[in-house]
Design a protein around this ligand. Structure first.
Ligand code: NAD
Length: 368
């Protein structure tokens, strides 16, 4: 059903359904956007945060439509948000109530996202028998513990660097956000020779041109020490971090970090989008004009959803690693080569690649 505000962002792909949930008794408030299901039932994260808007959920759902299509998964794209503080004492009750509220939305299978984890997915699975990113005992493949998204980023780095003739050995790398994605990316990238010169968390950053000791930093973080207080480099502010010159920059924290207003701060050769939508499209276009190669989120950070889809099919951890590697290798290579050949910004090429696959799938549908 269309309403006036949906017209602001609806297009030929979707959204197929926008559902607002409000349970007066428990005060559960949630938004579900199922964007496009041409390729199959949709998979997409369920985030828990107070301040998520319908438009944001739609943008994230659209990113999942494109990401799943690019990863050749038999799944469409969706996303949901429970509008509550993820630290609430009522978390389990809200999650269970949310699960009941989406019971009849059988085209949507939720996975973990910001503010939710495998335990939350276990509650949803218990209620309605539908969730991915489950605990190992329920057949899950622990994608954050394995660092699947970070692993995929290292695969994208290897392929893009090769296509760009950028030497990876000792290449100066910055990771904004030392969380699940950032930590794993640092670990897998160091295995292929890159040097982490700066990183941060929400409390501040750390700079060490000689290279940060990654195992020590992970240890410090796990014992509750903020990145900037780890004594493994010089503390810098999160704003200063964006200005440090590098060869590879990985935003792995939050959306809209670089916009038209601040894109010039970035001095690097290769960007791998670890977070979702960390660079606005106008800013990405300007970066392209400055000769920076950006491997977009829909390709670079697809390791997590490829792993979730592998779990959905009942396959193993090693199948997931193989799929992540093969898919991200193929897509990154096609992307970089087409950027050079067609001269368009990487986001446009990635969207063309995804849309070509979705259009083909939609052409087989009798009812649109
Ligand atoms: P996380 O919460 O584990 O880590 C986020 C990190 O960013 C933390 O270190 C946090 O302190 C830091 N951070 C938050 N706000 C910041 C700010 N304003 N400035 C600097 N640092 C800040 O989350 P995650 O699972 O690593 O996910 C990071 C991003 O990647 C999110 O946008 C998420 O949607 C996206 N993503 C995650 C996965 C996955 O597999 N976990 C897959 C695809 C995309």
């Amino acid at each position: 059903m269309m309403s006036h505000y949906i017209d602001n962002f609806a297009d030929d792909l979707g959204p197929e359904k926008v559902v607002h949930i409000y349970e007066p008794k428990s005060k559960l408030r949630a938004i579900v956007v199922i964007d496009n299901i041409s390729l199959g039932p949709a998979i997409g994260g369920c985030r828990m945060a107070k301040d998520v808007t319908t438009q944001e959920v739609f943008r994230l759902a659209r990113a999942m439509t494109l990401k799943n299509a690019l990863a050749s998964l038999p799944h469409g794209g969706a996303k949901s948000a429970i509008l509550a503080d993820s630290g609430t004492d009522e978390k389990e009750a809200l999650i269970r109530e949310f699960a009941q509220a989406i019971k009849t939305l059988t085209d949507y299978t939720p996975g973990p996202d910001m503010g939710t984890d495998e335990e939350c997915m276990a509650y949803i699975h218990d209620e309605i028998g539908r969730a991915v990113g489950l605990p190992k005992v329920l057949g899950g493949i622990p994608l954050d513990a394995l660092g699947m998204t970070g692993y995929g980023l290292s695969v994208a780095a290897k392929v893009a660097a090769n296509d760009l003739s950028l030497a990876l050995e000792n290449s100066r790398t910055i990771i904004q956000g030392f969380g699940n994605v950032g930590k794993a990316a640092a670990k897998y990238l160091s295995d292929i020779g890159v040097k982490l010169i700066a990183t941060c968390d929400s409390k501040g950053g750390l700079h060490n041109p000689e290279g940060i000791d990654i195992p020590q930093l992970i240890k410090a973080k796990e014992s509750g020490t903020p990145v900037s207080q780890s004594r493994l480099g010089k503390p810098v502010s999160n704003e200063e971090l964006l200005k440090i010159e590098s060869d590879i920059f990985i935003p792995a924290a939050r959306p809209d970090v670089f916009t038209e207003a601040n894109h010039e701060l970035l001095k690097t050769s290769l960007v791998l989008e670890g977070a979702n939508i960390p660079i606005t499209h106008p800013a990405a276009k300007l970066m392209h004009q400055r000769g920076i190669m950006v491997v977009p989120d829909v390709i670079a950070n697809s390791g997590g959803v490829i792993c979730a889809a592998t779990e959905y099919q009942g396959l193993s951890e090693s199948d997931a690693f193989k799929r992540v590697e093969a898919t991200i290798e193929r897509n990154t290579d096609e992307l970089v080569k087409r950027v050079f050949k067609e001269g368009l910004p990487p986001h446009e090429i990635a969207h063309k690649m995804a849309r070509e696959r979705i259009a083909k799938a939609m052409s087989y549908r009798a009812h649109m």
